[in-house]
Design a protein around this ligand. Structure first.
Ligand code: GUN
Length: 283
């Protein structure tokens, strides 16, 4: 058997068309563009690429982007001052601080300073808490993208066993909550989990966000499972997922490729959150 590919690039392109339409009608209605501010501290090469791609995606969809590039020596107070100013700035609807921050900066304080109404990453405790409670919120982008990708398969999550490998605040924990909200039976595995294979072999839906190249092999997958690979592991210039794709595609029913699966959805969901945040401002 060979699994069907879940095409994140195509879904992302479709969503971006809708976002561009929404951005245009917002501009017609208000006389200004929707705005996204991005703060990057330091020169981490991967972060520079992510930020560049976010700015490019804004240009593509008619969202104004405001990039703030602070030197790596900046203090927590410097970053907080900028965040506070952007919280007050009326042309800024969405505001994000690219992670990771340099080690000497207090990440928790910085993320807490972002207005929850502009927190398009969904990292603020208010948004994370509202996700937990099942309330309307700005939710984390990669997990939201994963849920959209699963939805394209037509597989009903109700009563299914969903297994998440990885427990980060950015992906593992929020996606577990989203799967639970769709009535899946959710198990969260991590680096200390015992008998991992036993658990994953029982997964109807397997989400892998562990950050280890080709960690999940074919024998860890239940025949017919939906496999979502969140991995972005660079090795000698090539991008690898957390799943051994060649093996997994022979066992799974649906699988996301790397690249072209989850990756393209993250920035698209960021733009979708920015449109949502802009419309909060109109209420
Ligand atoms: N670093 C890695 N992923 C992300 C993300 O989704 N948002 C931000 N702000 N930083 C990140």
């Amino acid at each position: 058997m060979s699994a069907m590919l879940i095409d994140g690039k195509a879904l992302s392109a479709r969503f971006r068309e809708e976002i561009a339409t929404d951005a245009q009608s917002f501009e017609k209605r208000t006389g200004r563009k929707i705005g996204l501010a991005v703060i990057l501290v330091g020169e981490d090469p991967a972060s520079q690429v992510y930020v560049r791609n976010k700015v490019k995606a804004c240009e593509q969809t008619g969202v104004a982007s405001y990039g703030y590039y602070l030197p790596k020596e900046s203090t927590t107070e410097d970053v907080l001052e900028l965040v506070n100013a952007l919280n007050e700035d009326e042309k800024v609807d969405g505001l994000l601080v690219q992670l990771p921050l340099p080690k000497h900066i207090d990440e928790k304080r910085v993320l807490s300073a972002v207005s929850p109404l502009k927190d398009v990453d969904g990292f603020h405790a208010v948004n994370a808490g509202n996700l937990l409670l099942g309330n309307e919120c700005l939710s984390a982008c990669t997990p939201s993208g994963i849920m959209e990708l699963i939805a394209t398969t037509g597989v009903d999550l109700c009563g299914k066993n969903a297994v998440v490998i990885g427990r980060s605040n950015i992906v593992g924990k929020p996606v577990a909550l989203m799967l639970l909200s769709k009535n899946a039976t959710v198990t969260v595995c991590h680096s200390r989990t015992q008998n991992l294979k036993e658990i994953t072999r029982n997964a109807d839906v397997l989400v892998v966000a562990i950050g280890k190249k080709e960690f999940v092999t074919g024998d860890m997958i239940k025949p017919g499972a939906v496999v979502i690979d969140v991995g972005m592991n660079r090795d000698e210039g090539k991008l690898y997922g957390d799943v051994n794709f060649a093996e997994a595609k022979e066992v799974a029913s649906y699988i996301t490729p790397v690249p072209g699966g989850v990756g393209p959805m993250t920035i698209t969901m960021l733009l979708k959150n920015t449109v949502k945040a802009a419309n909060f401002g109109q209420k």
